[in-house]
Design a protein around this ligand. Structure first.
Ligand SMILES: Nc1ncnc2c1ncn2[C@@H]1O[C@H](COP(=O)(O)OP(=O)(O)OP(=O)(O)O)[C@@H](O)[C@H]1O
Length: 360
């Protein structure tokens, strides 16, 4: 199929007075693992629910392979809802087979596929247990099996990594990588930014219902302010102040981190450092995804590597969710499947602290 792209184009959604989506626009391409990140309440779940037709948009359009997404297409999407969607009292394998059948698979193929995915995801030994008797992490593996069992053309996963142990995170990562390598566009939301940075081909950062930065991790990091970390034991306080194009971000012990404006001369800084004492470290760095996230979600003013062009055709329509998925999704999800991590650590404590003090 040509143009295998999932396009979210100018989607708007209000809940009464609350604007949840304000022209959300991005695309996810064939073979791409796309990380969808944003603060709590930024609009990620609302976007995914609109893609799946669980919710109708007020305006804008969702397209797959160039065509507006309809019910037939939605049945070919694999979806892991945030509220989870398993029947607690149904046995694991029966449930996966049942969901595969709802997506139109013949019964033999549904059973084989269910068995293969339960095996692959490490929960085959629990196939005859009721879902409610599984640990939350194992329920999540079953939930992923439910999203994958019908060999979907597109995968849309709302916080699939939350609450997983490190081994399960590895299994989940591998499976998503495999599916994207097989040509499936995969979009997932997460608050685990180090994981997103490591795993994703592209990342979209959402704030207040809009895409505020979108691109590969490298593109996003290059768009961020370049920094220099300098270590000068015994340097007098303020040694790096008042240099053109150089702003001190943070000082901790002997180590100072500065922002380097475009065109600023780092050799000025080096000369000043050498005059202040012995230079033990002098290196350039770019902000991590977590640092960028803090910047753009504090002030949405970082360069945006644009996703698909905007626009707002008619809404995707009041199509109900794929048959049967409303049932289990509508039940109270397994309790306690909540986001496991905060907004990712930067992996660089000094600069993280600086970001918290001085949001750019
Ligand atoms: N059913 C609803 N009724 C009213 N407001 C809603 C409803 N669902 C979501 N909202 C509001 O819409 C906005 C976007 O919420 P959404 O759940 O899409 O955010 P999110 O990015 O998925 O957040 P989180 O990371 O916390 O899951 C928020 O302001 C939220 O309070």
């Amino acid at each position: 199929m040509a143009n295998r792209r999932l396009e979210i184009d100018g989607v708007r959604k209000r809940y009464g007075e609350v604007t949840a989506l304000d022209g959300m626009t991005f695309d996810v391409r064939a073979g791409e693992l796309f990380g969808f990140v944003g603060s709590n309440g930024a609009g990620k779940t609302t976007t995914m629910r609109i893609v799946l037709g669980v919710l109708a948009a007020d305006a804008g359009e969702v397209r797959w392979a160039g065509r507006p997404v309809d019910l037939a297409v939605r049945r070919r999407i694999g979806y892991m809802p945030e509220e989870r969607g398993l029947y607690p009292k149904m046995k694991v394998r029966d449930q996966i087979v049942y969901l595969a059948r709802l997506h139109g698979m013949p019964s033999g193929a549904a059973r084989r596929s269910a068995e293969a995915w339960l095996e692959r995801l490490g929960v085959a030994a629990r196939r005859d247990d009721e879902v409610q008797n599984l640990s939350l992490g194992n329920q999540q593996r079953v939930q992923l099996a439910a999203a994958l069992v019908h060999d979907p053309e597109v995968l849309v996963l709302d916080e699939p990594f939350s609450g997983l142990d490190p081994v399960a995170v590895d299994v989940m990562s591998q499976v998503l990588r495999e599916r994207s390598a097989a040509g499936v566009p995969v979009v997932f939301s997460s608050h685990q930014l180090e994981l997103v940075e490591r795993l994703c081909d592209r990342v979209g950062i959402v704030a207040s219902g809009r895409m505020v930065a979108c691109g590969t991790v490298d593109e996003l990091r290059r768009a961020g302010t370049e920094q220099i970390v300098v270590e000068v034991p015994g340097a007098p306080a303020g040694w790096a102040l008042d240099l053109p194009g150089i702003t001190v971000r943070h000082t901790e012990g002997d180590r100072t981190t500065v922002d380097l404006a475009p065109g600023a001369d780092d050799q000025d800084l080096l000369r000043r450092a050498l005059a202040a004492g012995p230079v033990r470290e002098f290196r350039r760095r770019r902000p991590t995804l977590a640092e960028l996230f803090r910047s753009v979600t504090t002030v949405s003013a970082v360069a945006t590597v644009p996703a698909a062009a905007g626009g707002s055709a008619g809404g995707p329509g009041d199509v109900p969710s794929p048959a049967g998925r409303t049932g289990p999704a509508g039940l109270a999800g397994p309790a306690g499947l909540t986001a496991s991590a905060g907004l990712g650590s930067s992996g660089n404590d000094d600069v993280r602290a600086a970001d918290e003090e001085t949001a750019v």
